[in-house]
Design a protein around this ligand. Structure first.
Ligand code: SF4
Length: 299
């Protein structure tokens, strides 16, 4: 491990002692086993790992995206689509060595990347594991697949660790973040984070790569890939999210405008959230994106 990496990993562990790994800044000593809002203490907790074929095609290629699902979450979305992992924290404790082993096994199985799902609150362990795995020959790109509520200080420490940032921008306003995810400053922190991500890695780079027998596949190698889930009644403020991307990040931002919202977890308590989106709502989101000059959309 290089000295620079070692220092950065040590800084991430320091942040766990009065936890400021995310903007909630709970201040608990996680290295002593205390836990804050995310519910995870000192150890990494993994729910599952394996090749995943349901991600964006530029991540899946032919052999799948090597996903590792981390238990717990720093957001408390009432409509969480993975509530058993994020809210109920289904998973098992793993050592950093075991986590590095998972990364290496995914790469050995041919996965085109290591896709860290909900990594924010476990990022110190992840960075250490990644450093071990890189030292043992891991070469595929690393995807930071997060909820967009990130600390810029942490992101700065990850520069060079992460190849592809994939924030799920949930809302284009603070108000719905407060009401539905339990944080008062989602949009403020998310915009800062996405700017930093883009500064580090730029727009998504996709290249054609050989996969044997004379065949090639288009794969993401580096950059920013933004997800945005359209919600009923424009609760996500999709127009604001798209305006931010087009006007303040880049019109070449690669965006996945997602239509699969369904009322999960506690969404039925909120009448305005308690339905799927209509076709018209989805078409309107796309129309807005194109109107703003965005033109790179995930399939
Ligand atoms: S990572 Fe967890 S404990 Fe740390 S500040 Fe965020 S929610 Fe709190």
């Amino acid at each position: 491990m290089s000295e620079v990496w070692a220092e950065r990993i040590a800084s991430l562990y320091d942040m766990m002692q009065r936890c400021t790994l995310c903007p909630r800044r709970c201040g608990v000593d996680r290295l002593k086993g205390e836990s804050g809002v995310c519910g995870i203490g000192a150890d990494a907790v993994v729910s599952s790992y394996g090749p995943h074929f349901g991600e964006e095609s530029v991540l899946v290629g032919r052999c799948g995206s090597g996903t590792i699902f981390f238990a717990g979450c720093n957001l408390k979305c009432v409509f969480c689509q993975n509530y058993d992992i994020s809210h109920l924290r289904r998973g098992g404790v793993v050592t950093t060595g075991e986590l590095a082993g998972m990364m290496l096994r995914l790469a050995e199985r041919g996965c085109h990347n290591i896709n860290l799902v909900t990594p924010t609150h476990q990022v110190a362990r992840i960075a250490e594991a990644l450093s071990i795995a890189r030292g043992m020959g891991l070469e595929v790109p690393v995807v930071y697949n997060c909820g967009g509520y990130e600390s810029v200080d942490v992101l700065k420490l990850l520069e060079g660790f992460v190849d592809i940032y994939m924030p799920d921008i949930k809302y284009g306003d603070n108000e719905p973040g407060k009401k539905y995810s339990g944080v008062s400053d989602y949009w403020d922190r998310c915009r800062e984070a996405v700017r930093e991500m883009h500064r580090q890695v730029g727009d998504l780079q996709v290249s054609s790569q050989p996969i044997g027998a004379g065949q090639t596949v288009s794969l993401a190698t580096k950059g920013l890939l933004v997800r945005h889930l359209v919600m009923p009644n424009n609760i996500a403020r999709t127009d604001k999210v798209l305006e931010f991307l087009a006007n303040e990040i880049s019109k070449d931002t690669y965006v996945n405008i997602m239509s699969q919202y369904r009322p999960e977890w506690q969404a039925s308590r909120f009448p305005e959230l308690n339905r799927r989106i209509t076709h018209a709502e989805y078409v309107e989101a796309f129309r807005k994106a194109e109107q703003l000059g965005l033109h790179r959309f995930a399939d």
